[in-house]
Design a protein around this ligand. Structure first.
Ligand code: SF4
Length: 457
C-alpha cells in the first residue's frame, strides 16, 4: 500500500483522482497533513508531497504527478488534468490570451503532452470559429428512452431489455412529463436551442410511438422540430426500419446517430450485440435514402480482442460511408457493466494499443477533412484517455457542445435523465436528476413531476 502525505491541501479528492490514473484504487491512500512531516508515522511505501509548503494547488499536483511517474514509470498524456471537461480551462485561457498561448500554458501548468495540447487547441479553434458565444438564456432538452434490444457488455447506462407493453406504459408517463414541463417552459418563456432524444436506444420504440413522442414534444414546448437542432439516437441498427426513419424525417428531424462501435462481426458478438456489420451498412443505406442531413457514428477504441487493424478498418468504413459526425470513444469500463464484473481492472489493460488507435483516428479523420469539435473524459477509461467528437466543418452538434460547456440549462426528461439549471449570476449549475430505473420512474411519477418545478423556482 502506498501512502501519500500531501502537505497543505484541503481537497484530497483531486489528488486521489490523479493517483487513480496511475495506481489501482486499493493500492494507495492520500492523506492531507500540515506542519512537520516527521510527526507522521511512515512506512516503506510512504511519500511526502509538498514538503516546502506551497499554497499553489497546480504546483503541488505537478510535484505529485512527477512522483507517481517515478514510482510507476507512466507518463499519462493528460498530465494533472483529471476532470471530465478538459476543454473548459483551455477555452478560458484562449479567451484571455490566444489559442497558441493556451497551448503553451496547458503544457506547462497541467503537464499535458504536446499532442493533447494540440488537440485542445484544434477544438478551441473550431468552437471559436464555428460556434460563437453561448446563449445561456436558452435551454437544451434531453429525453431518455431507457430501452435497448440487448445489453452491451460495457453498458452502464439506463438501458433495459423490456417487453412492448412496458415501452407503452413508459411512453404514456413520459408524455405526461413532457406535457407538464412544456407548459412550464412556455409560461416561463424558455427558448430551446436544441433537443436530443437518447437513452438507451429511442428507435426501440415503434414508428407510431416515435411520432407520438415527437408530436408531444412539439406541441408541449410550442416548437417546430425542423426549426432547431433535433437529434434522435438510432444507435442500434437492429432497431432501424425504413418506416421509423421516414417518420422521423416527415416530422422534421434531420440528425440521427447510428452507433456501430465496431464493424467487426466477432466483436459485435463478443460485446453482446444482436446484429452484424451488414445491419449497420443497411442502416446507413436507409438513412441516406431517407435524406438525413447529419448522421453521427460512434466508435469505441479498446473493445475486447480488437487490434489496431480492426479499429482502422471500422473507422475507414465510417469515413467511406460519409458519416458527417464520427465520435471516437475510449472504452470506459464502469461499475454496473458486465465487462467490469468479469475483470474489475479491465480499463488498466491495453493503454498503449488504445492510445495508438486514438492517434490513428486523429490522422485518418484529419486527412479526410474532419475537425475535432468537442471532447470529454469519463472515469475508468482505458489509459485515462478521452472521447472526441469529429465533424465535417459546420456539421457539429450544438447539443454536444452545450452539455460540455455547463453554461446553459438542460431540461432532462425520462428515466435516467439528468437535468441542470444554470444560474448565470453565480455561474453555477444545479443538478436535477430523474431516477434511472424505468419501473421506479413510473411508480414515483408524481414526485418526478413535482421536481420539474425546480427548473423555474
Ligand atoms: S446500445 Fe448503448 S445504451 Fe444500449 S445497451 Fe448498448 S451501450 Fe447500453
Amino acid at each position: 500500500m502506498y501512502r501519500f502525505y500531501i502537505n497543505k491541501t484541503d481537497d484530497d479528492y483531486h489528488f486521489m483522482e490523479l493517483a487513480r490514473v496511475f495506481l489501482p484504487d486499493d493500492s494507495f491512500e492520500t492523506i492531507s497533513y500540515s506542519g512537520n512531516p516527521v510527526a507522521h508515522l511512515i512506512g516503506d511505501n510512504s511519500y511526502f508531497v509538498n514538503e516546502k509548503g506551497s499554497n499553489d494547488r497546480e504546483e503541488i499536483k505537478r510535484e505529485f504527478y512527477g512522483l507517481l511517474s517515478q514510482i510507476t514509470g507512466m507518463a499519462p498524456p493528460w498530465g494533472t488534468l483529471t476532470g471530465v471537461r478538459p476543454l473548459k480551462p483551455a477555452l478560458e485561457l484562449c479567451r484571455e490570451t490566444s489559442v497558441g498561448s493556451m497551448k503553451k500554458t496547458v503544457m506547462e501548468k497541467y503537464l499535458l503532452s504536446e499532442p493533447k495540447a494540440s488537440l485542445l487547441a484544434d477544438i478551441a479553434d473550431y468552437q471559436l470559429s464555428y460556434v460563437g458565444g453561448i446563449p445561456w438564456e436558452k435551454a437544451s432538452l434531453y429525453i431518455g428512452i431507457p430501452f435497448c434490444p440487448t445489453r452491451c457488455a460495457y453498458c452502464s447506462f439506463a438501458s433495459n431489455v423490456a417487453p412492448a407493453e412496458e415501452h407503452a406504459l413508459y411512453l404514456a408517463n413520459l408524455l405526461r412529463e413532457v406535457s407538464y414541463t412544456g407548459r412550464l417552459a412556455k409560461e416561463n418563456g424558455t427558448d430551446l436551442e436544441s433537443i436530443y432524444i437518447g437513452g438507451g436506444t429511442p428507435t426501440t420504440l415503434s414508428s407510431g410511438q416515435l411520432e407520438e413522442l415527437i408530436d408531444g414534444v412539439a406541441s408541449a414546448f410550442g416548437i417546430d422540430p425542423a426549426s432547431l437542432e433535433f437529434t434522435v439516437e438510432a444507435g442500434r441498427p437492429d432497431t432501424i426500419t425504413k418506416e421509423k426513419l421516414d417518420t422521423l424525417r416527415k416530422l422534421g428531424i434531420c440528425r440521427i446517430s447510428i452507433n456501430p462501435q465496431s464493424m467487426k462481426d466477432d466483436t459485435l458478438r463478443l460485446i453482446g450485440r444482436d446484429h452484424s456489420a451488414d445491419d449497420i451498412r443497411e442502416g446507413f443505406r436507409i438513412a441516406r435514402e431517407t435524406g438525413f442531413e447529419v448522421i453521427n457514428a460512434d466508435l469505441i477504441a479498446g473493445l475486447p480482442e480488437e487490434n489496431l487493424k480492426d479499429f482502422e478498418s471500422s473507422l475507414g468504413e465510417m469515413i467511406d460511408l460519409g458519416a458527417e459526425n464520427i465520435t471516437v470513444h475510449t472504452l470506459s469500463v464502469k461499475r454496473g457493466s458486465r465487462l467490469r464484473e468479469n475483470d474489475p481492472a479491465y480499463f488498466r489493460h491495453n493503454a498503449e494499443t488504445v492510445s495508438a488507435m486514438l492517434d490513428l483516428s486523429r490522422d485518418m479523420l484529419r486527412s479526410s477533412g474532419y475537425r475535432p469539435y468537442y471532447i470529454y473524459r469519463q472515469k475508468h477509461q482505458i489509459g485515462a484517455l478521452e472521447n472526441v467528437g469529429w465533424c465535417l466543418p459546420g456539421k457539429h452538434s450544438i447539443y454536444n457542445i452545450r452539455i460540455m460547456e455547463d453554461k446553459q440549462t438542460v431540461i432532462g426528461l425520462g428515466a435516467g435523465a439528468v437535468g441542470k439549471v444554470y444560474h448565470p449570476a453565480e455561474d453555477r449549475l444545479e443538478r436535477i436528476a430523474n431516477v434511472s430505473n424505468y419501473r421506479i420512474y413510473s411508480e414515483r411519477f408524481d414526485d418526478i413531476i413535482s421536481r420539474k418545478n425546480e427548473y423555474y423556482k
